[in-house]
Design a protein around this ligand. Structure first.
Ligand code: BTN
Length: 255
């Protein structure tokens, strides 16, 4: 069973063999007053959701598909910091648990050797200045072989197994994630984002390098200098000096 060493996270676990999306299950449960720390896990998702309305391919027993219901006492504007927190936790767990060296591509992608291994989808329900709940969705490609990926993404996606040659059990990884997440979340709620910033930067992809960022209205070329105290992306351009970016995507470019 669950050798789960947490105080509050995962005290309620909803496990589904198959579901459309653990995000949807989590939203429904949260609307029905599921408690802070409820975890939804599926072996397979038929309509896994990624950021920007993308599909998240979630084949049976190949990965970790889970959503955490959180009720954080923080303002809605700080919720994106939870994405960075989650990414840092996943990077730590992958580092401790496998031989791979992950990077975090701002804001929410985990890469190993430039290929995407995991993604995070943080969704929030807020009213005025109060968060009702946050659903932190975590998808990790664990045991995929090459032909488990659809051809459109096979050149930019990977799995822990493909990168390390290790056959990994998902249950201990899930337990480890929940334990690290709880510790990191408790520190964040107590002492703020400064508890995460340095660690995030130590995993940061392309820090110090030229990047292109696509936002809704522009593609900006700039040097990625780090993240701000509030989790924003810090970039520098010769024309504008330092800028803070709160949304957008770093363009994908392979070496
Ligand atoms: C992304 O990189 O675009 C985010 C991917 C998030 C995928 C996870 S899998 C568990 C949870 N349920 C979903 O439908 N999506 C998230």
């Amino acid at each position: 069973q669950w050798g789960l060493q947490t105080n509050w996270l995962g005290k309620q676990i909803i496990h589904k063999a198959t579901t459309n999306s653990t995000q949807q299950v989590a939203h429904q449960a949260a609307r029905e007053n599921a408690e802070h720390g409820t975890v939804i896990i599926a072996d397979e998702q038929t309509e896994g959701k990624g950021r920007m309305e993308r599909h998240w391919h979630s084949p049976k027993n190949k990965g970790i598909w889970m959503s955490l219901i959180l009720r954080p006492p923080i303002p809605p504007a700080a919720a994106p910091q939870l994405t960075l927190l989650t990414a840092t936790v996943l990077a730590d767990v992958i580092t401790e648990y496998t031989t791979a060296s992950p990077n975090i591509k701002w804001p929410n992608d985990l890469l190993i050797r430039d290929k995407k291994t995991a993604g995070i989808l943080t969704e929030m329900q807020a009213e005025q200045d109060r968060i009702k709940y946050v659903v932190a969705g975590i998808g990790i490609n664990v045991n995929h072989s090459y032909d488990n990926f659809p051809s459109e993404i096979s050149n930019k996606a990977t799995s822990l197994k493909l990168e390390t040659g290790q056959d990994l059990q998902v249950v201990p990884i899930i337990q480890h994630i929940l334990r690290c997440f709880e510790r990191s979340y408790d520190a964040f709620i107590r002492d703020g984002f400064s508890t995460i910033k340095n660690k995030w930067e130590s995993y940061g992809y392309k820090i110090g390098e030229a990047i292109k960022i696509r936002t809704n209205h522009e593609i900006l070329e700039a040097t990625f200098t780090g993240i701000a105290e509030d989790g924003a992306l810090l970039v520098h351009t010769d024309s504008d000096g330092t800028r803070k970016m709160y949304s957008g995507e770093i363009e994908w470019f392979r070496k």
